[in-house]
Design a binder for this molecule. Sequence first.
Ligand code: F6R
Length: 609
Amino acid sequence: MCGIVGYVGEQDGLEVVLGGLRRLEYRGYDSAGVAILGPDGSLTVERKAGKLANLEKELAERAFPGTLAIGHTRWATHGAPTDRNAHPQVDCSGAVAVVHNGTIENFGALVRGLEERGHERSSDTDTEVVAHLVEERYTGDLAAAVRSVCKDLDGSFVLVIAHRDQPDLVVAARRNLPLVVGLGDGENFLGSDVTAFIAHTREARAVDQDQVVELRRTGVVVTDLDGNVVEGESYHVDWDTSAAEKGGHEFFMLKEIEEQPAAVRETLGGRLTEQGVLHLDELSMSDEDIRDIEQVVIIACGSSYHSGLVGKYAIERWCRLPVQVEMASEFRYRDPVVGRRTLVIAISQSGETADTLEALRHARAQKAWVLAVTNTLGSTVSRESDAAFYTRSGPEVAVASTKAVIAQLAAMYVVGLYLAQVRGTRDADEVRAHMHDLEEIPSLVEDVLSRMEPVRALARELASEERVLFLGRHVGYPMALEGALKLKELAYISAEGFPAGEIKHGPIALVEEGTPVVVIAPRHALQAKLVNNVQEVRARGARTIVIATDGDESVTPYADTVIRIPDTKSLLAPLLTIVPLQVLAAEVARARGLDVDQPRNLAKSVTVE
Ligand code: F6R
């Protein structure tokens, strides 16, 4: 949460930083601010509550020359989202400007000390203490002052700091939260992720725990908190810049939904050898260790958790291994039973979700082998896991995850098949056949996408509803949860997903005349039971909206609206049923006049527990 950008070079600093903030706005959007070091040695701070556009409007009224700048887009933790609490925060003299992602847990004690020493606070933020502490400790070496301050901070932070007397230096520090350096020619960059600077450079360097970066025009030095220089390797980012643009769509989410065939294709790509053997080198476990696995535990949050639920069905079916799926926020607090023979799969698009990160740390401390399934190269989740399987869906900007989730689903099927191959629970022919079914999916998703006009029309009809229920069985159940999550987060409609067989144990009381009930009902062995459940809700007045396979008429007599999808193997159906659910939620939100990309109260990377 919160996006941070830093720049020093030859270009207009404000322009570079604003460009970065536009790409990072998905991380938080309740206020934004910049600091620019002018050629006259002035350090100008501008900040504004509301979305970045508010700040940009204000900045457009004046010129702010300068080739060193820092910027921030905020998701508030300490202090309401007001102008005075927006970042950058400054010290008493206005010489130090600080932007911060994270929370400083001991800020209360630090504030008391600062007040006793005569500092005056001008905000309610925890961030401001850093500005004052740097002010106290700065004696000409900004990096040394920052290193010293970091030693006294508890909590998680990425700090980016400029000083009025340092026209060629931005200093940054990192603990727990993401920070990436962009390496340019005569210019260098800092960002919460690489999208902040891929318009300028594709060469990046990750920053590790408790490291401090000194960013100058001609080079970058990284040290530990004692000032020892640490070498690091740069890597090339192959995301292209257009991937982080809307490309003619009104919202990123609508574009990202359209990009799903490619996301699945790229994630599956090149895994079968000519001999039909499935490769998953990323797991980096020996065959012997794979055969020794006793259980699989999947940890994730939100939509990634729903991908994990689908993964459970696939892994249990193909590998005959017990699989538990747990919300990462709950995992470590119940003292879970995991050990050397447990494979833990941590699923996270961003690779920065604090709950998932803490859960995987706990699992590793119990000696489990942790495989990250993530979309973000160099992310903390991938670096702290034993192995990483990258979903290749490209940068995802809309807060609601779509193409990354479908890629996670594809990845979970691949993991399931690979474990089955190595453990011998599925023979080579069967693994190959399932992989071929998976390889068909991208063109089937294209087909689904070409049929979305009726879903858009339906969305306009549902825009005034207050409650929508989602039902599914087997792998349709996680998709019912996903459909409900998307609708509530985007359209602010109360939505709940249930296993269809469970509704008669309570939730059916919610059904009244006209209540929309979306039923995920692709062809499946449990079809007859699901048809019964559709009848049950319809008999009580529900308006039934059924996602059904082409040619399957078993459910249509009980459906007020039918959304058709092409046929595929029933275990793989989530890869298709997820699409109309995403489109429905986005279009209901659009019909309600809401911001589809940036729903209220949310941020894309949830870096607080
Ligand atoms: C919902 C959504 C969230 C994320 C969740 C986990 O549309 O996007 O529920 O899935 O916050 O995020 P990651 O996958 O980055 O760990």
